[in-house]
Design a protein around this ligand. Structure first.
Ligand code: HEM
Length: 227
């Protein structure tokens, strides 16, 4: 049978809430990296003015915090749907593949062009799922260290409420300088993850030929009917 005659059936891979949270998270991360690096090294000096109007650093911090809290909201939402919503049962089933050495071997063989793609019980292959677990560990870490930095400068409302526990954590970390360093290092970890994530998405689109890249926009993926 030629490729053109292959019979394909479509399947819902990602729900609309999944796709929304994915793209909101992606946009937040890009803006947080850009504003975060500016906060770390404010390399643009606004033109000096007799009245204080050059608030670039303040704007960067404000945007950083706005998208920081957007990221927190999206991560809480995603964690909830992953754990409790029926539509995410495929994602949860990925745990079964994660603990199956045979699937690991076949998956790595697939990436090395030696074996066919393994048949999966869940949505994610084990290499992908392990990478996502590491990614979430980094995201929770950057959120926690971000909140530890945040409570130092705001003392009302949420910051006031979080002040005592975050201060305790800051002491456990070994002080604010370490917290800042960890927040910065995690930024690089997330940049590395995003780079590999985009590479793997393109790899799967090219070699899998199931519209896997399209799925994060349309929600739909295509499978051969014989599989
Ligand atoms: C992907 C997520 C994030 C990235 C990539 C990121 C990145 C950064 C970077 C690179 C810095 C500069 C650190 C330095 O001085 O070396 C920074 C500072 C900071 N971040 Fe984040 N961040 C993220 C999430 C958050 C979150 C969720 C919050 C809290 C809501 C937060 C709050 C802060 C605060 C308060 C500072 C210090 C600002 C200052 O010193 O004036 N960040 N961030």
């Amino acid at each position: 049978m030629t490729n053109d005659m292959k019979c394909l059936e479509r399947e819902v891979e990602f729900t609309s809430s999944y796709r929304w949270q994915h793209w909101l998270r992606a946009v937040s991360i890009v803006i947080l990296v850009a504003t975060g690096f500016y906060i770390a090294v404010p390399f643009i000096t606004p033109t000096p003015h007799p009245t204080p109007t050059g608030f670039l650093q303040n704007y960067m911090r404000a945007f950083h915090l706005f998208f920081g809290f957007l990221l927190i909201a999206v991560v809480i939402f995603k964690s909830y749907i992953f754990l409790f919503v029926k539509d995410s049962s495929g994602e949860r089933k990925s745990l079964l593949d994660l603990i199956n050495p045979a699937v690991w071997i076949k998956q790595i063989g697939y990436y090395l062009f030696i074996t066919k793609h393994p048949k999966l019980k869940g949505t994610y292959n084990p290499v992908q799922f392990a990478a996502y677990i590491l990614f979430y560990a980094m995201i929770f870490g950057i959120i926690l260290t971000g909140l530890m930095l945040y409570v130092q400068v705001y003392h009302e409302g949420l910051a006031g409420f979080l002040y005592a526990p975050m201060m305790k954590l800051t002491v456990l970390f070994g002080g604010l300088a370490v917290v800042r360093e960890v927040h910065h290092l995690l930024t690089w970890g997330i940049i590395l993850f995003v780079t590999v994530h985009i590479y793997m998405a393109i790899f799967n689109a090219v070699y899998g030929k199931e519209g896997s890249m399209d799925a994060i926009f349309s929600g739909l993926k295509w499978h051969s009917k014989h599989e």
